[in-house]
Design a protein around this ligand. Sequence first.
Ligand SMILES: *Cc1c(COP(=O)(O)O)cnc(C)c1O
Length: 389
Amino acid sequence: MSKPHIPYGRQDVTDDDTAAVLEVLRSDWLTQGPGVPKFEAAVARYCDAAHAVAVNSATSALHIACAALGLGPGDRLWTSPNTFLASATCALYCGAAVDFVDIDPRSRNMSVEALAAKLTEADRAGTLPKIVVPVHFAGQSCDMRAIHELGRHYGFRIVEDAAHALGGAYRGTPVGNCRYSDIAVFSFHPVKQITTGEGGIALTNDPDLAARMARLRSHGTTRDAALMKGESEGAWYYQMLELGWNYRMTDIQAALGLSQLGRLDAHVARREALAARYDRLLANSGLTLPWRDPDCASAWHLYVVGWNEAAFGLSRAQAFARLRAAGIGVNVHYIPVHTQPYFHRLGFRRGQFPAAETYYAGAITLPLYPTMTEAQQDRVVETLRGLMG
Ligand SMILES: *Cc1c(COP(=O)(O)O)cnc(C)c1O
């Protein structure tokens, strides 16, 4: 009999969560009711940010963040190649160009040195970015203070792709407080720290950016008479001020998110405990283990090890296949974005961001989620050790 499958990530949904969702389903408001503002306020409070705009995905949040910052044709956005596609495609949605900054192999985050060097060149060439999107890979913050300093010097804006990092901290304060950025974005996809099914949120301390993002998620419309051209024509009246989208989160999703938020700290603590246990069980194994930045408390979205083909006499692909065959739901984060066929058509080539490509060649994401048991973790470690000879 084959052993049960252990996924790489999995949501935790309790009876309290389902009760909160049922309550909304029986109420007057499935969407555009009181649930979304309540969830927004709770996330903003948790992260110590002034404003929050909840949407239907982090992808949408990245899009409206870029649009609200005025990103458009002729502009450039830079991000990390070691990320999910959405950190880059948000530029393309706005008609802007995207480029990448290679990673620091230790943190697997955007390298501040590589960023500084690329900015020096771009300054000379007149090709500076309008927005930089640092991605807090695996839940550990980028060096935001250094990136912010470069932003002030070169005049770019900063959108944190914090999709991995809800519940994490940087220099003792919550990721998402936007102390070193204009906007920070979180995802509520089921593999992330808390879930709304699909969902995302953009946090900011700038009231004008918040108001603009709120308009952009709802067709670019407003009911605020102070913002209208001419007079309001009555209580029914709204105006479309700019092109927007329907990126709204439903009250059903917000209720699930609000209920989940109450367990966020426990989820992150459990992830941290399991990560520390992986560290212990895999010490001296020959695998490259995640590096802990002393400036950060990671939210531990992912636990990624570096496979050493030369030492183990087995390729990463072979190891991956055997783990999957043994019911261990390993994954790989991330295929460097610039190597995707679509980005090849935009002119990117393999070899352009060697640190991200080398990291990718050995990366294996091990299962990690709050309801994972130590017995499941032991099975992951034993299977892995069995492949290492
Ligand atoms: C999950 C994720 C996203 C996209 O989030 P969605 O809510 O699925 O749109 C963006 N960036 C990163 C780094 C992610 O991990």
